[in-house]
Design a protein around this ligand. Structure first.
Ligand SMILES: *[C@@H]1O[C@H](CO)[C@@H](O)[C@H](O)[C@H]1NC(C)=O
Ligand SMILES: *[C@@H]1O[C@H](CO)[C@@H](O)[C@H](O)[C@H]1NC(C)=O
Length: 271
């Protein structure tokens, strides 16, 4: 049974300051599930890398099958190791909630949008997202995190999606180079949105549990098209999320709220 640590605030942020600020920089901290996921996917990835090539595994004798079963038995030490890490106040990789996100719409190119919880992606709407992180890990990536439907509805969350959600584009934008650009104060319109610099990768906004069940996606965090970037220390990144031109009629809409269960676009530190 997966174990959840309740939502926690970033240890480095003064709690009093958070109460005063309207849009605090918060993080999902120490999500054990995240840690387990990352560790498991790494373990499987390493197994894939160093195990025998797939074509050699097709004809297995009973003994080999047994050996392979041993390989996939979850390590009984995993939870214990996890506990030791916790006791020693080891820094867990964190899931970081965005510092802000703002919709822009080509249909109303001069309308200025301000940060809100509403996420809308369509062929004419894209989203500017910004994350700030103080990371002990050298690499971070962006991900679409969709909790199972039952959990979402228990948490009063839902999303509506039409078309292909498996390749939402993540563009690095100019504001990343000038982090002082205060998007939250001025708001952003389609005509003033920061210029795209390069395509960082794409996101698969489908059920996270479904993705974990597919062996060909094991270790996907470590390779393209996952949008990855170096993030050791203090990092701020601003991106534009958009559908590709070939995603005809695609539309995604939901409210991204800082509460469990996670639903939305998140930054993950990679252990
Ligand atoms: C979910 O939303 C409904 C109606 O908006 C409300 O009555 C209910 O209390 C909410 N439940 C939770 C767990 O927030
Ligand atoms: C996206 O995730 C789904 C499972 O939710 C999987 O079937 C699909 O192959 C994934 N696509 C990509 C491009 O990663």
């Amino acid at each position: 049974m997966a174990e959840y640590t309740p939502l926690m605030l970033d240890e480095d942020v003064d709690t009093k300051r958070i109460e005063k600020r309207s849009r605090p920089r918060l993080v999902f901290c120490g999500l054990s599930i995240t840690m387990l996921t990352v560790l498991l996917s790494l373990a499987i990835h390493i197994d894939v890398l160093f195990g025998p090539p797939v074509h050699q595994q097709t004809l297995l004798g009973a003994k080999n099958v047994e050996t392979h079963f041993e390989n996939v038995t979850p390590s009984p030490n995993l939870l214990q190791g996890h506990e030791i890490m916790r006791k020693n106040r080891f820094k867990f990789p964190q899931m970081v909630f965005p510092a802000l996100f703002i919709r822009v719409s080509a249909e109303e190119p001069n309308k200025f949008y301000r940060p809100s919880s509403s996420v809308v992606l369509s062929q004419t709407d894209s989203m500017i997202y910004r994350w700030k992180t103080k990371s002990n890990w050298p690499t971070c990536y962006l991900t679409g995190w969709v909790s199972p439907r039952a959990e979402l509805s228990a948490g009063n969350k839902s999303y509506s999606a039409r078309g292909d959600m498996t390749a939402i584009q993540v563009w690095l934008v100019e504001a990343t180079r000038s982090p002082n650009l205060d998007l939250s104060k001025s708001g952003v319109s389609w005509n003033t949105k920061p210029h795209r610099i390069s395509l960082l990768g794409t996101l698969n906004f489908t059920s996270h549990a479904d993705q974990e069940g597919r062996s060909y996606l094991d270790g996907q965090e470590l390779k393209p098209p996952t949008p990855r970037f170096p993030c050791l220390g203090q990092t701020e990144i601003t991106v534009e999320l958009a559908f590709g031109d070939d995603c005809v009629g695609c539309r995604l809409q939901f409210e991204q709220v800082f509460s469990m269960p996670p639903l939305g676009f998140e930054l993950m530190q990679l252990a």
